[in-house]
Design a protein around this ligand. Structure first.
Ligand SMILES: [Zn+2]
Ligand SMILES: [Zn+2]
Length: 350
């Protein structure tokens, strides 16, 4: 049967990748959606953080201090460059929920708020809520973020082994989902616990959600806290520049970048850059980008329902012709140094 794209958000997220008349005017913009400064628990002032990203190949930056909107306006006055660098307002909502059965007696439900007009405070005294579920915590905070005009991003699901599939089944479509937070203590790959409970990787958790038809967009970001040059060799600290997203937009403005993120027109990366990406209900096609003298090699896996690898392709270009029965199709690129790019998923029905 001929594949069709799901309606609603899925349609928007899938179709935006298809070749369009204005494709020539679209550019890729690399950015980070998760960073801390001295305004919360980072080690450096906002000026140092803004300069670091401006000077290291980033086009946009969300500073996301805990429960604090670090004002981008004065930073933009000093560091923004038209078409080259821009700060956009952000915040981390540091929700925690009591759970006497958990090792910490609480679980973590942090959510980033991107582009919102006003601060969103977590529930409970000092962000520790009692008598609500994790799912209720997410629902209320994400609703508040959206009411303030922002985009919600579920952060580090495996931090303190906090998030289970049942906690995130009711996330609204087009919520961002961190699968590659670069913080050193967030357990992205998952692991078996001594209690015999296997915690899946953040990517596998995303696949479980995609398999249930949830249109969530995978994000990689730094969650950077450490910027001091003298600490650059400390592997225990979370330094910047390790994980990011690359957004397709026609211009570098806050509305254009937020719109691209909201549509899911971006990919996540820990070091692989794409030159081209087109995704439709018929075909997924991408090509890799690398410097001319770079000899790294690329392997692309096309992934469908339940995380099943549908096809593996080697080389600078990769293509997958959709059969229509895959549920969804996404691509994960791995280079010969272990770094990745992850596209979003095209949803199908048959
Ligand atoms: Zn957090
Ligand atoms: Zn954080």
């Amino acid at each position: 049967m001929k594949p069709a794209v799901l309606s609603g958000i899925a349609l928007a997220s899938a179709c935006v990748f298809a070749t369009t008349a204005n494709a020539q005017t679209q550019r890729w913009f690399r950015g980070n959606t998760h960073t801390h400064t001295l305004n919360s628990d980072g080690d450096s002032p906002p000026d140092s953080v803004a300069r670091w990203y401006r000077d290291h190949g980033y086009a946009f930056l969300f500073i996301t201090d805990h429960e604090t909107l670090t004002d981008p306006a004065p930073l933009n006055a000093r560091y923004a460059e038209p078409g080259a660098f821009l700060l956009i307002q952000g915040q981390e909502v540091t929700q925690r929920v009591t759970d006497s059965t958990h090792a910490d007696a609480k679980r973590q439900a942090h959510v980033n708020s991107l582009g919102a007009r006003s601060v969103v405070m977590p529930q409970g005294a000092k962000g520790l809520a009692t008598g609500i579920t994790m799912a209720e915590g997410y629902a209320k905070n994400i609703a508040a973020i959206r009411a303030a005009g922002g985009i919600a991003q579920v952060n580090h699901p495996n931090y303190r082994w906090s998030v289970r599939l049942s906690d995130v089944l009711a996330l609204p479509d087009s919520t961002l989902f961190e699968i590659a937070n670069a913080h050193t203590l967030v357990n992205n790959p998952g692991a078996m616990g001594v209690d015999g409970r296997n915690v899946p990787s953040t990517e596998a958790l995303w696949d479980s959600l995609l398999s249930r038809g949830k249109v969530l967009f995978a994000v990689g970001d730094d969650d950077a806290h450490s910027f001091k040059p003298q600490d650059a060799d400390d592997f225990e600290l979370t330094r910047p520049g390790r994980s990011w997203i690359v957004v397709r937009a026609d211009t570098l403005t806050a509305p254009a970048i937020l719109s691209g993120i909201r549509r899911g027109d971006f990919y996540a990366s820990t070091g692989v850059f794409l030159r081209e990406l087109s995704m439709s209900a018929q075909k997924v096609r991408l090509s890799m980008d690398r410097p001319a003298n770079d000899d790294r090699r690329f392997t692309t896996e096309f992934v469908g329902r339940n995380g099943r690898v549908l096809s593996t392709v080697s080389g600078m270009d990769a293509e997958y012709v959709v059969k229509g029965t895959e549920g969804y199709v996404r691509a994960r690129v791995t280079d010969s140094n272990g770094r990745h790019a992850w596209t979003q998923a095209v949803f199908l029905r048959h």
